[in-house]
Each structure stands twice: as C-alpha cells, then as structure tokens.
Design a protein around this ligand. Structure first.
Ligand code: ZN
Length: 286
C-alpha cells in the first residue's frame, strides 16, 4: 500500500487498469454496516465494527485482508481492528492524528485508488474515502436522507464537509453547468454513497415530518426504501444525486427550505448555514 500526494491515473495521463471488484455490506451490532471490497484474492475493509463477520467472510471467500480503512475513531467503527490486525496483519489507514489531507490517494495493489476527503464535524478526525471516483465510503458524515451528529460542536465544519461531498457530483462530471447536452450528461459518472449505518427509514420519517407540506414529493422514496429493506435487508448504497434532491441536509442552500425549517424550529432562518444548524438540532430531538 502507498499513500501518495498525486493521483497516478491523472498524473501520467493514463487510466489505471480496470480492475474487477465487488462491494459487500456486513451488518454488525444493531444498525452498523462494515463495507468490504474484494477482488478474487484480496479484500479491504472499511470500519470493522467487530472482527467476526469480517474474518468469516474472508474465510468463506478465500480472501486475504490487505487493508483496513477507518473513517473515524468511534468504538462502533474500530472495535474489530485489533483482532483483525492480529489475525491478518493488514495495513491500517486512518486520520486519527490528522495525518491525511485532501490531496492524498491511498493505493492498494489490485484495486483502484481511494481518494481522501477530509470531513470534520461528526469528529475532527473524520475522513471519507472515494474509491474509483465512484464509491464514497462516508462513515458517519452523510447518511441517506440525513447526516451525522455534530459531536465536535463545530457545525460550520460539518456544514463545510457536506458541501465538499455535494461538490463531488459536479467535479466528477468535469463539465460546466452551461454545457450539458445529452452526450455530456452520459459522461457524468454516478457516485454511490456507502454510509456506516442503516438510518434511512428514520431519516425519511424525519424528512416528511419537517417538510410536511410537500410529502407527495417524497412518496416514491418510501416505496423504494421499503422494498429494498424487504428484499435485501439494506437500503444502501444510495446515489449521491438522489441525496442532493431529497436529503434536507444537502438542500440547506435552497431558500425554499429556510421558512420550512424556521417554522419547525421557531426561529427566523435566512441563510444556508443557519438552516443546517437548526435542521441538525431538530434531528437531535426527533
Ligand atoms: Zn461516529
């Protein structure tokens, strides 16, 4: 594994070899997901809550654990690390001492790179990992239809972190907003989000309770979440563009949302940050 400050696939003008890999959720505790990425011989695990489901999966699929990537040091994200390190000696990547930055790429043999996105707010050390410009492992920063609690108390940092995630949709297209004909739209790459918890239905309930005058807008979501939970037991991953359309925490720059949140919070909301702040407080008490 190397940690570089350049994106190799961009630096030399060549794309890395396309590699086949799969991403699987291993449920743990009451609502955690451990995400495991594997090719036909190696695996990388994100936030191993506990070791057992990971070691079982590795054994079942005859895989070697090459690396553990950690989003932040909460116990339900790192609980399995010591045992997995002891069993398999993987590399461990984390930002617990603030050693990672946004211009870094984690390269692990046999897999595309993981771009580091620092996302302080839930905890100062929080980082997200964007695999292959497509798969965003967002820990406890972004949930489907919600976002993480701001344990640092630094709401501005959390707001900035969510904006950084939002900006990935546009930066990924590599195109200006003025230049969106049908061909260009096809070039736009989808980003899928892989949060660390199954909070989607509760967040849906919160969303329709806050935006109660527009419940029809959210109706298709409810059927979709329910059918995914019934058929696969998991509502994730979710498309970042859908989140931009439906997740209130990513829509705080829309002035139409301000009076809706203001009325529920009993305050005057006149800017995006204060909309975010009050929305997060409302969610804490929901
Ligand atoms: Zn956490």
């Amino acid at each position: 594994m190397t940690l570089s400050r350049l994106y190799p696939e961009l630096a030399n003008g060549q794309k890395m070899e396309p590699k086949d890999y799969t991403i699987t959720a291993l449920p743990a505790l009451t609502d955690n997901y451990i995400w495991i990425i594997s090719n036909n011989k190696d695996a990388i695990v994100i936030d191993p809550t506990i070791a057992k489901p990971v070691s079982q999966y590795l054994q079942q699929h005859n895989l070697k654990l090459k690396a553990i990537l950690l989003t932040h040091p909460h116990g339900d994200h790192i609980g399995g690390v010591a045992e997995l390190v002891n069993l398999f000696q993987p590399q461990v990547v984390d930002n617990f001492k603030g050693q990672l930055s946004d211009d870094m790429l984690v390269s692990i043999d046999g897999f595309p790179g993981f771009r580091i996105i620092t996302t302080p707010g839930h905890m100062y050390e929080h980082v997200c990992y964007l695999l292959d410009s497509t798969h965003l492992f967002c820990g406890d920063t972004l949930f489907s239809l919600g976002c993480g609690r701001v344990f640092t108390g630094d709401f501005q940092a959390m707001y900035n972190s969510l904006n950084k995630i939002k900006a990935l949709v546009n930066s990924n297209s590599g195109l200006s907003n003025l230049n969106t004909n049908a061909n260009d739209l096809q070039l736009k790459k989808t980003i899928l989000c892989y949060p660390a918890h199954e909070y989607t239905m509760r967040n849906y309930e919160f969303t329709v309770a806050i935006d109660d005058g527009n419940n029809k807008y959210y109706e298709p979501l409810s059927a979709n979440i329910n059918s995914r939970l019934l058929t696969t037991g998991i509502s994730l991953p979710v498309n970042l563009e859908d989140e931009l359309n439906y997740n209130l925490f990513l829509r705080t720059d829309d002035p139409r949302i301000w009076p809706i949140v203001g009325a529920k919070a009993g305050v005057q909301v006149e800017d995006a940050f204060s909309c975010f702040y009050h929305l997060r407080q409302l969610r804490n008490n929901f």
